[in-house]
Design a protein. Structure first.
Length: 480
């Protein structure tokens, strides 16, 4: 295949300050969604000894709510017409409301039963994620309006990718941070000061709330809506919710991309949740403090390799295309999933970090290519329907992304119970239980990733095809 040109027309370039202003919203996305997902099992199952099934229900309930509210908000944003645009007013208001609501998830009264705690978190979680969706759907839609250039879209997501990866670094240390002496509480049994993930998370949630507000409002002030200001979407007829959803789901390439994401993230979600248990109870003998430190070590390795490979994948995408970059990403993660039987061993615990090398490298390509390809899909849709409905695509894809992780966690809960795992036994889990956990840890993720690879073969978004589509769109409605 001939090398693709990487020359970007001056009118298509996004100034770095605008790329940075948009990218500063990336940490809000990571902290709002993934802190709860990553800390759920260590906090609710390991510390509070809530049943794994309950933790799965908690996570899944919030994602089901997303499935209702995300498309509604996407449609509202698409159909909004104000002097400030379709996206920016919601980004401003949503960031403030989400920041105010976030701590309520964690500050539930002590002494509640498992069921009462579950309902508290689901209730205030729904409140928070409603506010967050008011911010998130317009924010994600805004990415799709920043440039019409195939390669410049990837360069915009590249800057956001750096900040999201660094925020993921913080997220990886959250469990360790919650167990620091600053957050210790007095044990009711011994009277000694002991680590508490719950108490730590309560105070950390206040810091996260401040970050959500501070960083969340920046795109509203400093990023313009290119397609709206060109009058392309300002004068567009409004589209009803169900018609918009029907048209979005009739886009074959988009559906394939969603299915690919579902299987990829389903596999990696199970891989992550099982990895935490296999690492903690099989490799490290049930030592929470040591496990939290290894979680942090893994985050360091993940961050270093992810940051290193973001520019590599951006460079590759401009030469071989985005789809081939995704294939390379999946293969990297597949290598990690397929080797855990040998790398997760009590004799050499640091060998676990080798898997993280492949995960960090592979995820760099995934999180860089997927958002950029999503914008290309919107161009395909405009060619077919004559409409720009970024909010609808952002809503469905965002829900698929979050659903993929949480279905993985939902499956993980019952599977953990099926293995015979009992949090009360700590590091004294029976040998048969540990063996079952290790088998599930390798078989399920590998199967899901192979399905993802197969689906990716059906996705055809080449630079040549997108150049043709852009030419047809500009011939029909002019440049933006």
């Amino acid at each position: 295949m001939a090398e693709q040109t990487t020359v970007i027309a001056p009118q298509d370039r996004v100034p770095f300050r605008k790329k940075l202003a948009y990218a500063l919203g990336g940490p809000v996305d990571i902290l709002s969604v993934w802190v709860l997902v990553s800390i759920a099992y260590p906090l609710f199952n390991m510390e509070l000894q809530m049943r794994p099934l309950y933790v799965s229900i908690l996570l899944m309930s919030l994602r089901l709510w997303d499935g209702i509210i995300d498309p509604i908000m996407g449609c509202i944003s698409d159909n909004t017409r104000t002097r400030w645009g379709r996206r920016r007013p919601y980004i401003l208001v949503g960031a403030i409301l989400a920041g105010l609501a976030y701590p309520l998830i964690w500050w539930f009264p002590d002494g509640l039963s498992q069921e009462q705690t579950l309902w508290w978190i689901i209730g205030f979680g729904i409140l928070f994620y409603t506010c967050f969706t008011v911010w998130a759907m317009p924010y994600q839609s805004l990415l799709m309006e920043m440039t019409p250039d195939y390669n410049e879209r990837t360069r915009v997501t590249e800057i956001r990718g750096y900040l999201q990866t660094l925020t993921g670094f913080v997220n990886g240390w959250i469990w360790w941070l919650t167990l620091r002496p600053l957050f210790h509480v007095q044990s009711l049994e011994t009277g000694e000061m002991v680590g508490s993930t719950l108490n730590g998370m309560r105070w950390i949630s206040l810091v996260i709330a401040g970050v959500i507000i501070l960083f969340g409002v920046i795109p509203a002030f400093f990023v313009k809506e290119r397609y709206y200001e060109s009058n392309l979407t300002k004068n567009q007829a409004k589209v009803g919710l169900f018609k918009s959803l029907k048209e979005t789901l009739s886009n074959r390439v988009f559906v394939l991309l969603c299915a690919f994401t579902l299987f990829f993230l389903l596999g990696t979600a199970i891989f992550d949740s099982y990895g935490r248990y296999v690492g903690t109870y099989y490799v490290l003998g049930g030592d929470w403090d040591l496990a939290s430190r290894f979680s942090g070590y893994g985050t360091v390795v993940y961050t270093v390799f992810s940051l290193a490979f973001i520019p590599v994948f951006r460079w590759l995408s401009e030469r071989i295309g985005k789809t081939k970059c995704l294939v390379i990403s999946v293969c990297m993660v597949l290598v990690s999933a397929a080797t855990t039987w040998w790398t997760f061993t009590p004799d050499f615990p640091y060998l676990m970090l080798l898997n993280t090398v492949f995960i960090g490298s592979g995820y760099a390509g995934l999180w860089l290519m997927i958002p950029s390809m999503q914008i290309d899909v919107v161009d395909l849709d405009e060619l077919k329907t004559g409409e720009r409905r970024e909010g609808s695509f952002a809503a469905i894809f965002s829900w698929i992304l979050k659903l993929s992780f949480c279905v993985g966690f939902l499956i993980s809960g019952p599977l953990l119970e099926w293995t015979g795992f009992d949090a009360a036994l700590g590091g004294e889990q029976p040998e048969a239980v540990l063996r079952n956990m290790r088998i599930g840890y390798i078989v399920i993720p590998v199967t899901a990733l192979i399905f993802a690879l197969a689906l990716l073969k059906l996705v055809h978004i080449s630079p040549e095809r997108m150049a043709e589509i852009r030419a047809q769109l500009e011939a029909r409605r002019g440049q933006v």
